[in-house]
Design a binder for this molecule. Structure first.
Ligand SMILES: [Zn+2]
Length: 74
């Protein structure tokens, strides 16, 4: 199944969805704010989105590390 990338027209969040070929994109909503009809990003390379994904992952892990550091410092 191809991965489609969308940009929310409301909060500008970029998210990816795995969709079946020919699946209706009308019902797609933003996972962050729930807005309908996000803009489909066409022609972006998977490398680019992977880079973004890893960037987010790194940020999330850094946040988690900071949390556990604070919790263990009693
Ligand atoms: Zn949104």
């Amino acid at each position: 199944m191809p991965i489609y990338e969308f940009e929310c027209s409301s909060c500008k969040d970029i998210f990816e969805l795995l969709m079946k070929v020919g699946e209706d994109k009308e019902g797609v909503t933003c996972p962050k704010c729930g807005a309908r009809n996000p803009r489909e990003l066409i022609g972006r390379t998977s490398f680019h989105s992977r880079e973004r994904y890893e960037e987010r992952l790194t940020r999330r892990m850094a946040a988690r590390r900071a949390e556990s550091k604070g919790a263990g410092n009693q």
